[in-house]
Write a protein that binds this ligand. Sequence first.
Ligand code: KIV
Length: 262
Amino acid sequence: MTIPEFKRRKREGKKLIVVTAYDALFARIVEQAGIDVLLVGDSLGVVVQGNKNTLSVTMEDMLYHTKLVAGATQQALVIGDMPFLSYQVSVEEAVRNAGRFLQAGAAAVKLEGGAPVVDRVAALTKFGIPVMGHLGMTPQSVHQYGGYKVQGKDRHGADALLEDAKALEAAGAFAVVLEAVPADLARRVTETLTIPTIGIGAGPYCDGQVLVLYDLLGLFDEFTPKFVKPYAHLKVDALQALRRYKEEVEQGKFPSDSESYH
Ligand code: KIV
């Protein structure tokens, strides 16, 4: 999957499928399933590192996980998520940090926000670094929102989000993630932009969909937003397996003769 191919999908009306990945093992499984894009999301701060939000994730954390994912990926597009404070301070810092993602093996970066980051998006694009925007409920602004809340619900908020999306496209973004926004607004944005929209909690009208891998697999159940659909229940399976293992070792059933060397 290349950036031109990614953009072409919208014209062809073929949905783009995006999943987050944080390590080589899952990157291989996700790719084997035919997923188009692996997003090394800063959601790793919550689902991998166990923090309350994504704000403490560092560039070093992100580069480490990007290397693991990119190193295990053959065909899918790998996008690195720029963490808090890696692009907000200045255009220069944004360019340097985004470039480090490409050196780690990503083919593109994602960053959050609209008007305030448009100059970053333009600079990165100018220097050959493809950028995916991210609007709506942007988790790095969680304190400003006072929690993870649906955005763009009133007329003013919806119009502002649409303007931000248009500005990101004009600055050169190749796609925009729409997170936790009403489905009608996501449809308006999708119909207005020529670049693909990727929804997460944005209804069925986006050009593609993204989910956090551990939510999709039912591995992370501490906080499950309405928009998550678990397609498996791996935490339940893991617990069952571990409890059985514990029981069998305690009872002397494992290891048995067939797991022993002679
Ligand atoms: O960090 C992340 O995983 C994300 C996606 C949920 C869009 O930003």
